[in-house]
Design a protein around this ligand. Sequence first.
Ligand SMILES: CC(C)(COP(=O)(O)OP(=O)(O)OC[C@H]1O[C@@H](n2cnc3c(N)ncnc32)[C@H](O)[C@@H]1OP(=O)(O)O)[C@@H](O)C(=O)NCCC(=O)NCCS
Length: 302
Amino acid sequence: MKQQKIGMDIKIRPINTLTDLRRCHEIQRATWGFTDLMVFPYTQLISAAHNGGTLLGAYDGPNLVGFVYGYLGMSGAKLYLFSQRMGVLPSCQSKGIGMKLKLAQRDMMLRQGIDLIVWTYDPLLGKNASLNIEKLGGIVRHYARDIYGAVSNPLQVGLSTDRFLLEWELMSDRVRQRIRSREPRPLAEDWLREEALNFVNYVTWESNLPRPIASDLEMDDRGLLVQIPHDLNLIKKMDLGLARGWRESTRDIFETYFRRGYVVTGFARSTQPTVPNIYKMERIELPTTSDFSSWVGGVREE
Ligand SMILES: CC(C)(COP(=O)(O)OP(=O)(O)OC[C@H]1O[C@@H](n2cnc3c(N)ncnc32)[C@H](O)[C@@H]1OP(=O)(O)O)[C@@H](O)C(=O)NCCC(=O)NCCS
């Protein structure tokens, strides 16, 4: 796909021309490297949008550079939006477009009387964590193992498809505060220096890559910090075994602490590859209206 120069004036609006619907296929291929089998066809996207879901595009002038797609879900009596896919062209990422798409999705759902959006993401992806936890104010209390089994697209190949299940309570104090905040976002470099909270895991460096050291799974502080790599995709390219090591060690940590009532409530991004990103977990009671336990066991191969 041709690289584009991105302007600052991104507009979010529903996608409803055939050209742009087809362009959603190209964006999925360019963003994830999906094969045709993994690309959601536009017929599916548009049907969901006509039935209470969302299909919103990010436009740089006339050019569609990203989209977010979701459909309605139900848990008990609670209606919510399940946001299945969001992609921004690689050349346009980290410029606030994902944030704009999510805010427009929130606005659309609130107008429909829906106050919860749920989605999944790989807990080891810093860019997604930064957006989902810190910028949007989402929280995580469910770790879902290998939800799609082995997949072959370049972004995910070789690693189990473990996911955080993210809950975005649209009208909660936390979310309203985060999306309006003009405060500088926390930096991992500061959290490493401050020593206000203890770390569950530590990191050593070998050949410029971070390697997880054994974690402490028996802590009971009110708040705890968990280190993850700055850029998992780089580690996967350099050393797949190391990426798997990160997957296994963080799976143990989050599964253990979520079982014991901890919730991921914060994230500090690092500004350089030689410093890890950091999650914050807190032991707090948060009301829940939904039951997502069916995700947690993942899928089996047979
Ligand atoms: C995830 C995605 C949709 C986010 O969209 P985006 O436009 O890049 O998001 P934003 O720019 O609003 O937010 C990303 C934040 O992560 C930060 N970031 C970038 N790299 C980071 C890293 N390695 N670690 C931590 N934070 C990082 C960015 O600086 C930005 O924060 P800032 O606004 O404070 O500077 C987009 O990056 C994407 O398409 N990724 C690939 C596909 C994917 O994972 N989709 C989501 C799951 S379906």
